[in-house]
Write a protein that binds this ligand. Structure first.
Ligand code: ADP
Length: 163
């Protein structure tokens, strides 16, 4: 039984995240979506809202793939969280070169702390590669069309926040 941990802020979950989750679901038996509780940036959505959105979006993927997908808030070291949930693999999405440098450092540091947990990088489909939660929020705040970046459910939640 292989468990993967896909960590992020998911503020909110986008079609880019969903594409990565769908791809990861073919690689593991159980996927834990690690939802970072607080980050310096201060999320727009509360932890409960982010968890609820992730759970709602992942229900269909879990049903389709037959794997278990759970949302797991965490506020500690990523590597500690991975150990706690029994993950042997950390899944990260790679967008552009900009992501690479940060991820490269993270793998090096995490590996120094625990060499048994592998990090795998997945690329989203070309349609979703440019999507970033931060930009989706900005576009929504300025009344732009976000329908190609997030699900209708998440789009409604975003519009509600900025109303
Ligand atoms: P963001 O950087 O958009 O705020 P997160 O911090 O929640 O998103 O990111 C969690 C993980 O998902 C990271 O590994 C990030 O690189 C990845 N990710 C986010 N958006 C995409 C995307 N459009 N394509 C591929 N990976 C993505």
């Amino acid at each position: 039984m292989r468990t993967g941990l896909y960590p992020g802020t998911f503020d909110p979950i986008t079609l880019g995240h969903i594409d990565i989750i769908r791809r990861a679901s073919t690689l593991v038996d159980k996927l834990v979506i690690g939802i970072a509780i607080n980050r310096d940036k201060g999320p727009l959505f509360s932890l409960d809202e982010r968890v609820a959105m992730v759970e709602a979006e992942c229900a269909a993927i879990a049903a389709e793939s037959g794997i278990k997908i759970v949302a797991h808030p965490f506020d500690n070291l990523l590597i500690t969280c991975a150990q706690e949930v029994g993950a042997s693999v950390i899944v990260r999405g790679l967008r552009a070169v900009a992501d690479f440098e940060y991820e490269y450092q993270m793998v090096g540091m995490n590996r120094a702390m625990n060499d048994e947990i592998e990090t795998v990088f997945l690329m989203a489909d070309a349609h979703y590669q440019a999507i970033a939660s931060k930009l989706v929020k900005e576009i929504c705040r300025l009344d732009g069309d976000i329908s190609t970046f997030v699900s209708p459910r998440v789009a409604r939640a975003l519009k509600e926040k900025y109303r």
